[in-house]
Design a binder for this molecule. Structure first.
Ligand code: COA
Length: 298
């Protein structure tokens, strides 16, 4: 593992994930316990907070750039650590300068063409689960989101940013293109015209501009940490009805790939999943009894 993958800014109470754990694979650890051997160092920190699995890139010295080890660690989060108790996944970066500066350009310099190709495959395998994750994924963008760092945020369902955050896809200025989904996700999120501008010109956007074009959903107050803001903002998700959240997510994501007729059909099938649930009955009873519902995910 690279020296820079042993980050210096690990948050108190968090643990590091670098390699796949040898035990507990596929098990759901209780929320109050560590989710991985704390002696294992790696580029990601994992914490469970208020029902959310918080994944933090701990490479501040490289502005949280995505190395081979970092992408593999992301894959391990999905393969070994995401559990049934996690109601949301929040991705953030360490420090205040960058959410993620994209590809690790220092590591990339020594890569062969096949190494680069293999890294592109890792984006599709170890990172892309964020766009199909069974629970909502949220990017808490604590600073610059550039290149693959912005593409990482685009894979998420929701994006919250600090006021000083900035956004750009500078790949064409580096002789490449955004190929971690950037050319495909960005037009779907901000529209074809704006996506062309951002990719072809490499325009850098402030948080306010990103909010205006719909690239992000929300800017937190300057005095609040973006992670805390995101955690509070997604409380209706982490405290909501799990089956309904899952069904809604599937239907919404399907809208990106289905035509309207097929999409409406699919929406009905997602509704059907909720129709027979105990949670639906509980919500109706709670309304009649003027109390908060207690959802069980059944
Ligand atoms: N890969 C590897 N290392 C990176 C990096 C990247 N993508 N981005 C920054 N770093 C390193 C710098 O080389 C520097 O290392 P050093 O201290 O050994 O010189 C360190 O992180 C700090 O960088 P610096 O530019 O001084 O930090 P900053 O806070 O002033 O600016 C950024 C942060 C992210 C705005 C700036 O570093 C930047 O623009 N990085 C390149 C982003 C990019 O083009 N990514 C590729 C997209 S395909």
């Amino acid at each position: 593992m690279q020296g820079s993958d042993r980050g210096k800014n690990q948050a108190p109470g968090s643990i590091r994930l670098g390699i796949a754990p040898q035990n507990g694979v596929g098990q759901a650890p209780p929320s109050s316990r560590r989710v991985h051997d704390p002696s294992t160092e790696g580029p990601l920190g994992l914490r469970r907070v208020n029902g959310a699995l918080v994944v933090s890139i701990e490479r501040e010295d490289r502005r949280n750039a995505l190395s081979v080890a970092t992408l593999e660690a992301f894959g391990n989060v999905f393969r070994h650590h995401l559990s049934a108790e996690d109601r949301a996944v929040i991705i953030t970066g360490s420090g205040a300068r960058a959410f993620c500066a994209g590809a690790d350009l220092k590591e990339r310099r020594d890569m062969t063409l096949d190494d680069v190709r293999a890294q592109l495959v890792r984006y599709r395998t170890d990172l892309a689960w964020l766009s199909t994750c069974p629970v909502p994924t949220i990017a808490a963008i604590n600073g610059a989101a550039l290149g693959g760092g912005l593409e990482l945020a685009l894979l998420c369902d929701l994006r919250v940013a600090a006021p000083h955050a900035s956004f750009a896809l500078p790949e064409t200025s580096l002789g490449i293109i955004p190929a971690a989904g950037g050319t495909q996700y960005l037009p779907r999120i901000v529209g074809a015209a704006k996506a062309r501008e951002l990719v072809l010109l490499g325009t850098r956007l402030s948080a306010a501009e990103a909010l205006r074009i719909g690239l992000i959903h929300r800017i937190c107050e300057a005095e609040v940490s973006v992670l805390d803001d995101a955690l509070a903002w997604v409380a209706p998700i982490t405290g909501g009805a799990p089956l309904a959240q899952h069904a809604a997510l599937r239907a919404l994501r399907a809208a990106d790939r289905l035509d309207i007729d097929a999409g409406l059909e699919f929406e009905l099938s997602c509704y059907e999943e909720c129709l027979t649930s105990e949670d639906r009955v509980e919500a109706l009873n709670a309304f009649a009894e003027k109390r908060e519902p207690v959802f069980k995910g059944r």
